[in-house]
Design a binder for this molecule. Structure first.
Ligand code: NOJ
Length: 572
């Protein structure tokens, strides 16, 4: 439903009682299920291990369904659980319709779908269709000769270009058997599939339909902007001393990509009560309408503008990052909010690829618990479906390993090598790895104060964060003021407030470098969200709050100014 339909529905309601700020009205029933409730993202390898092998599994997810339900989530997005050599922790798939024994069996998966359904939660799968694993039977056949039936299922060339893969190093790998190079946008072990070949497309669509037949509630579609390659492969302007240029700038969003995607939609998504969210780094706000909504392809799009404000362009070179400027972060969010006024949007600040937001968006010295609640306040009051990444709801922070050898994340190694090649010392390069490593978000989930934070009885595959005795679910369950209970309250509040579900977004003071402040308005009713991103007090013109009453915030009392990291929501 678009905004106009929503407002019309809402205005006919009689139950706009404000005495209790939570407004339960029938208009909510007009909203699609995936717009109404947050999605909880699980990185299964780090969630809960039920066998003692040191890695999480599907039974661990089943065990925690009531916990996820307590956040009033409507769906769980599982990062890839398919058979995989795990070079990129599952984003290198060797069988699109199986379950990785590391995570369990197909019976476990079926049980997960059923148990989740009992709790009104849908399971959303991650489709990784830009590339497969180099161990996928398709690739093994493709590389075996130049004239086998799958010879052109991947991208083969006699000559290579100077493109640098996203994880670092040349994007081309020499194959002895074929005496040719193959293209890999990501790791060497993740060869790109050739979408120009209709058989490839059909095989991928069949795989997606296999999961629909199992009853999944939707898909998150990985790295989708890279599936269409340019007609002519040419060198790009080097942006690194080794003469390479970021592949992103050469292949992302190539003209014609939408034709492939519309076919995907027709052959897979259409006619199902599911949601789809494409991962689409650098789709511009003005182009969003071609990608999402009734005339687009997906229901929502993860674009990266707000989480990548510290980078100069789409290639995310960690050691060339700059400090975040609040006005730029706000602009990125506002641009997307405005561009999707008649569409829908996923709100997220964390996922398995990004640092923890309490470190990422707040200055050093900020109070971690206040910061976690401040981000939650934005997450639940912007317009769109909130995506909560495991651990975000208890305020997990970045980890810090001293040696590059302790990092598992493949991209951390590529970023470290690139920084060293650019002349940085080990110490300097490590500073950026510690700041941006994807392992920051992949340390085991912290369930309690017992050994390994209750994640595993064995040896965890990645170090548990050292703060687990003071930051874990069990402790936060017991504390009414915890980050976890703040999330629960906010989620319930947002899910039943039609102002937050459908109200108009407007940003105030966009140039202010200290406070993010915006309104959500539906008819006469209005909310104001304000968050102080500094470690000092900040004052705003009092008239903004005329006729408004504080509804909740991360400080229980109220002052005439905003204290460090203070977040508050006001309503009229
Ligand atoms: C995006 C995924 O989120 C990331 O984890 C993965 O490494 C790349 N795509 C490659 O599949």
């Amino acid at each position: 439903m678009n905004r106009r339909e929503f407002i019309k529905g809402a205005m006919t309601m009689t139950a706009l009682a404000w005495a209790n700020p939570i407004i339960l009205v029938d208009a909510a029933s007009q909203i699609k299920w995936w717009q109404k409730k947050p999605v909880y993202q699980i990185y299964p390898k780090s969630f809960l291990d039920t066998t003692g092998k040191g890695t999480g599994d599907l039974r661990g997810v089943i065990n925690k369904l009531d916990y996820i339900k307590s956040l009033d989530a409507g769906a769980i997005w599982l990062t890839p659980i398919y058979p995989s050599p795990m070079v990129d922790n599952g984003y290198d798939i060797s069988d699109y319709t199986g379950i990785n024994p590391l995570f369990g069996t197909m019976e476990d998966f079926d049980e997960l779908i059923d148990e989740a359904k009992e709790r009104d939660i849908k399971i959303v799968m991650d489709l990784v269709f830009n590339h497969s694993s180099d161990q996928h039977p398709w690739f093994l056949e493709s590389k075996s000769s130049r004239d086998n039936p799958k010879a052109d299922w991947y991208i083969w060339r006699d000559e290579k270009t100077n493109w640098r893969s996203i994880f670092g190093g040349s994007a081309w790998e020499w194959c002895e058997e074929r005496q040719q190079y193959y293209l890999h946008t990501f790791a060497t072990q993740q060869p790109d599939l050739n979408w120009e070949n209709p058989e490839v497309r059909q095989a991928l669509f069949d795989a997606a339909n296999f999961w629909l037949d199992k009853g999944v509630g939707g898909f998150r579609i990985d790295a989708i902007v890279y599936i269409k390659k340019p007609k002519i492969f040419a060198d790009g302007a080097p942006d690194s001393p080794d003469g390479t240029c970021a592949i992103h700038n050469m292949t992302a969003n190539t003209d014609g990509i939408l034709d492939f995607l519309h076919e995907f939609k027709r052959k897979v998504f259409d006619g199902h009560d599911i949601f789809t969210v494409g991962e689409a780094n650098s789709v511009k706000p003005e182009d969003l309408r071609y990608w999402v909504g009734a005339d687009g392809v997906f229901d929502m799009l993860f674009e990266f503008s707000h989480v990548n404000v510290m980078f100069n362009n789409g290639d995310e070179i960690w050691h060339r990052s700059k400090p975040i400027k609040l006005s730029e972060f706000k602009k990125a969010l506002s641009d997307s909010q405005r561009a999707t006024r008649e569409l829908w949007y996923p709100i997220y600040f964390e996922n398995h690829d990004k640092p923890r937001s309490v470190n990422n968006f707040f200055p050093h010295g900020s109070d971690k618990i206040l910061a976690a609640k401040a981000m939650a306040t934005i997450l639940f009051t912007l317009r769109g479906t909130p995506f909560i990444y495991q651990g975000e709801e208890i305020g997990l922070a970045n980890t810090k390993f001293d040696s590059i050898d302790d990092y598992d994340d493949i991209s951390s190694h590529g970023a470290y090598d690139l920084a060293r090649a650019d002349g940085l010392s080990d110490k300097e390069a490590m500073r950026f790895v510690q700041k941006f490593s994807r392992d920051n978000a992949r340390t085991p989930m912290q369930w309690d104060s017992s050994k390994n934070a209750g994640f595993t009885s064995g040896k965890p595959w990645l170090f548990v964060h050292s703060d687990f005795k003071s930051c874990n679910v069990e402790l936060e369950e017991k504390n009414p003021d915890s980050v976890l209970n703040f999330y629960r309250k906010l989620s319930a509040f947002r899910n039943s407030s039609e102002i937050l579900l459908g109200g108009e977004y407007e940003e105030l003071y966009p140039d202010n470098e200290e406070i993010f402040i915006f309104t959500r308005t539906l008819g006469e009713k209005k909310f104001i969200t304000a968050v102080n991103f500094t470690t000092h007090d900040v004052k705003l013109p009092a008239q903004i709050f005329d006729g408004m009453k504080k509804i909740f915030g991360n400080y229980s009392d109220e002052k005439k100014y905003f204290r460090p990291t203070e977040a508050a929501v006001y309503g009229n």
